[in-house]
Design a protein around this ligand. Structure first.
Ligand code: BDP
Length: 625
């Protein structure tokens, strides 16, 4: 799906930010006809989670169906007359809503969608009239179960575990360690697009010869489009034009560059690509994209970008900010990018779900490398069914389709921590059968990026997902959940674990999570959990171990910033493993990392060389290369 854009052939409006809101805890809204409109004293901001916004109305822990209503004036400029009479369509697009959404316009149902973290759109042309108002009603239901991605805990299951006195320590109940926000989390827009248009574009780049590159563009088009033109231009460089006929709804175009300017963290150069759809009489649609040319490969124990080894230094993140909850908030995204640069990080992981695409735009521009994650967090394979697996595949396809054009995305994480509660199925043939087809699908859809699944200590190195990974990602908490206050023992266990992992799998090892909860302002002269010194020391001890091992390709501290967790005795309101607090003030660890990572603007390899002499050098070429 192409994003909202203003071009000579496309336009859009954003819905007003304040919506009428009504929670529906007893799920009576459909039966009572709320789709035709409803009244309520409550309003809520969109994008925004309802939880913190409406905490005083008793909705902090509301994880149930909720209704939104907004009257949107459809501009007369959305009509065909404004675009020279050619036929047009109107689309209602929702950037993301957690997790199941049904939409009505003027009481007529226009569509439904499953999945909380990716955009979706409904063609509402037949339900609106340009120049008049439309009443948009959305029912958003955040409830999850064993067959959704991510999996969740149904209210009845929770009630049973409360009864049994086991497994009920989280409230609201989740299978994961972040707050189960509900709401419309990314912008709602109404788009006016030509009937004869491009509907999707896939751009693949590969390096060719000593300094050239090939850019392959596949454009999906609506019926009636006969050809597609593409124009690729770089700064101060010639433009490259190409054209191809559309056959069976798609056109394949290729641009060959003799001298390609590559995208990299040091020089994140982006070409502009303009796509034109044609119908035999002229141009019917125009759409702009940006293209970064770069290549990611795995060679023995190295992760390579444009043929050079890279070492990932950065964080697992969350989309979580005060009041807005899980909503995308540009000021925080801009601030976070600034902090990533300030601290000297070169990468982050979109733990534990796809983020708003604006994050990836920023990463493309700043040269930040991204591990992009499917929202299959803490999978319980014992409870997974064929439906869970099919939805997992759907989520994987949708993520790759949305994000593959971003050069910043260097690796797909197909999930996170299967078998978190120690379920045996994660380590047996059940796990193997679950993961195999998912990896096959991902490789078929995108053979140009390595695949991984961050794995937890509870699943052990027998985690069935690991056997399919190109990079082994390990989340490890020695010195925190085990060996508390004992950093020497923690470092020894970590080293032994990483060595075992490499011996067993023989591919690059990435420590995708490690960290310690930290209350800013707590200090001690000895290793004491929760103090700022302990967090900073633990992080440095981990980095010393990881950087000194030849086969590692990076380390991501958990977490960039503190984030809200469900209520449970392990958390003082927030998961406090952030090196920044929730409002982005630095803890001591942030300054230590900054010192280590910036180091006169050295590259990550130079930093390794400093802390582990001899380790930063490029790999010796393998005999066959
Ligand atoms: C890991 C999870 C992450 C948690 C983290 C923690 O991947 O979501 O927040 O541990 O416990 O198991 O802080």
């Amino acid at each position: 799906m192409l994003r909202p854009q203003h071009t000579a052939h496309r336009t859009f409006i954003s819905a007003a930010p304040r919506w009428t809101f009504r929670p529906d805890p007893d799920d009576v809204g459909v039966g009572q006809g709320w789709a035709n409109g409803f009244t309520s004293d409550l309003t809520v901001a969109v994008p925004g989670s309802w939880n913190e916004q409406l905490a005083e109305a008793g909705l902090m822990h509301h994880v149930g169906p909720s209704w939104y209503r907004q009257v949107i004036f459809v501009p007369p400029t959305f009509g065909s007359a404004a675009f020279g009479g050619s036929a047009r369509r109107v689309l209602l697009r929702i950037g993301a809503a957690s997790h199941h959404t049904t939409a009505w316009i003027n009481g007529e149902r226009v569509g439904t969608h499953q999945g909380g973290f990716l955009p979706f759109a409904f063609d509402v042309t037949d339900h609106v009239t340009p120049g008049t108002s439309a009443c948009v009603v959305l029912r958003v239901d955040p409830r999850l179960d064993a067959e959704t991605i991510p999996q969740g805990i149904r209210a009845e299951e929770y009630a049973e575990s409360v009864e049994r006195g086991a497994g009920s320590e989280h409230f609201p109940p989740t299978r994961y360690d972040f707050f189960p926000y509900g709401g419309i989390h990314r912008p709602v827009t109404l788009l006016s697009v030509p009937s004869l248009r491009a509907t999707h574009a896939d751009v693949r780049t590969r390096l060719h010869g000593p300094s050239g590159a090939v850019v392959e563009i596949t454009v999906e088009v609506t019926e009636g489009v006969t050809a597609v033109k593409a124009l690729l231009s770089g700064e101060d460089e010639d433009s490259h034009a190409t054209e191809a006929l559309a056959v069976d709804g798609r056109a394949q175009l290729t641009v060959e560059l003799d001298e390609a300017r590559l995208w990299s963290p040091e020089s994140p150069f982006l070409y502009s690509l303009t796509i034109h759809a044609l119908d035999g009489e002229g141009v019917t649609d125009a759409y702009d994209l940006r293209v970064g040319i770069r290549e990611v490969t795995v060679e023995r124990d190295r992760l390579l970008l444009n043929g050079q080894p890279i070492f990932l230094q950065g964080f697992g993140k969350h989309e979580d900010v005060p009041v807005l909850g899980k909503a995308f908030a540009m000021p925080f995204a801009v601030k976070d990018m600034g902090l990533l640069r300030w601290i000297g990080a070169n990468s982050f992981r979109t733990a534990h779900y796809p983020y708003a695409d604006a994050w990836l735009d920023l990463a493309d521009e700043h040269g930040i490398l991204v591990i992009d994650e499917v929202p299959a967090v803490s999978l319980n394979l014992h409870k997974a069914t064929a439906t869970t697996q099919a939805r997992h595949e759907e989520a994987l396809r949708a993520l790759i389709r949305r994000d593959r054009n971003h050069p910043s995305v260097i690796m797909w994480a197909l999930g996170n921590e299967p078998g978190l509660a120690g379920e045996e199925d994660a380590r047996t043939e059940v796990g193997r059968r679950y993961w195999k087809p998912l990896f096959e699908t991902a490789r078929k859809l995108d053979p140009t990026r390595p695949l991984t699944v961050p794995s937890c200590a509870q699943a052990t190195l027998d985690d069935a997902a690991l056997a399919f990974c190109d990079v082994i990602s390990l989340n490890r908490y020695y010195g925190w959940y085990t060996e508390p206050g004992q950093l020497d023992r923690a470092a020894d266990r970590l080293r032994a674990d990483l060595e075992d992992a490499y011996e067993r799998y023989g591919c690059p090892i990435f420590v995708s999570e490690f960290g310690a909860d930290t209350m800013e302002g707590l200090h001690a002269t000895f290793p004491q959990l929760f103090t700022e010194e302990y967090q900073a020391d633990l992080i440095e001890r981990y980095l010393d171990v990881i950087e000194a091992l030849d086969f590692t390709c990076g380390a991501h501290v958990w977490n960039f910033a503190d984030f809200l967790a469900p209520q449970n005795f392990r958390r003082v309101v927030l998961n406090r493993k952030g090196v920044f607090n929730r409002t982005r003030d630095p803890k001591q660890a942030a300054f230590r990392l900054r010192e280590r990572w910036n180091d006169a603007m050295a590259t990550p390899r130079d930093i390794i060389e400093k802390h582990a002499p001899g380790r930063g050098a490029s790999p010796t070429p393998s005999p066959e290369s």
